[in-house]
Design a protein around this ligand. Structure first.
Ligand SMILES: O=C(CO)[C@H](O)[C@H](O)COP(=O)(O)O
Ligand SMILES: [Fe+2]
Length: 225
């Protein structure tokens, strides 16, 4: 049974003090740290690249969940591996050979994730379930934080969970206390949240409530089988 992993999105943090923001999230109970990498081409925004990850890993020892919103994801695998990224999650829409790219990521020593945009059918990644380490089902159009959660993506999570009971399934975009139940009931166990965590009055309590909700639902799903 996959356990909850809460991965705050640093996109909502202060990039001027990024290492301190990462440490702050870990001190509040974050399991992973979600790093949104945007190239201004795959998505209409630019954030950070491998040099920033490389600087960060000198200051902290944390699981870096890198969400690669980039065209040509094959190009950056070695740079991110050298920089100390833990998980390299590319978009299925950005590559012609996802299976070969997963092999490349594994050979470089990272875990491999595959992301799908809201309008991309889950069938595009269904056969990769035994090969990838994680599937990211986007719940907003990638590119910006602070958008509305798209509940209509939940059937994709449920379909993937039904076929792969042990796969890490991540949801990303607009996740908050109001919709964590829907995400967890569908079967998501890796929760990305930027706005709702960074803006919370009680950050530790928010992270803990996401974790509890996911773990309860995972147990229910496991007992249903
Ligand atoms: O991938 C992303 C945007 O493309 C971010 O991870 C995501 O939007 C998280 O921020 P928020 O919780 O504020 O929506
Ligand atoms: Fe993301």
């Amino acid at each position: 049974m996959p356990i909850a992993k809460i991965s705050p999105s640093l996109l909502s943090g202060d990039f001027g003090i990024l290492a301190a923001e990462c440490k702050r999230m870990v001190s509040h109970g974050a399991d992973w740290l979600h790093m949104d990498v945007m190239d201004g081409h795959f998505v209409p925004n630019i954030t950070i690249g491998a040099p920033v990850i490389s600087c960060l890993t000198k200051h902290l020892d944390a699981f870096l969940d890198c969400h690669m919103m980039v065209s040509h994801p094959e190009k950056w695998v070695d740079d991110f591996a050298k920089a100390g990224a833990s998980l390299y999650c590319f978009h299925i829409e950005a590559t012609k050979d996802a299976s070969a790219l997963i092999d490349q990521i594994h050979a470089a020593g990272m875990k491999a994730g595959v992301a799908v945009k809201p309008k991309t059918p889950i069938s595009t990644v269904m056969d990769l379930g035994d090969k990838m380490d994680m599937c990211l089902v986007m719940t907003v159009e990638p590119g910006f934080g602070g958008q509305r959660f798209m509940a209509e993506c939940m059937p994709k999570v449920a379909e993937l969970r039904a076929r792969y009971p042990n796969l890490d399934i991540e949801v990303d975009g607009g996740i908050a206390r109001e919709n964590i139940d829907a995400a967890a009931q569908a079967g998501a166990n890796v929760i990305v949240a930027g706005t709702s965590i960074f803006k919370a009055d009680d950050i530790s309590g928010t992270i803990e409530s996401f974790r509890t909700t996911v773990n309860i639902q995972q147990e229910l799903l496991a007992n249903k089988k």
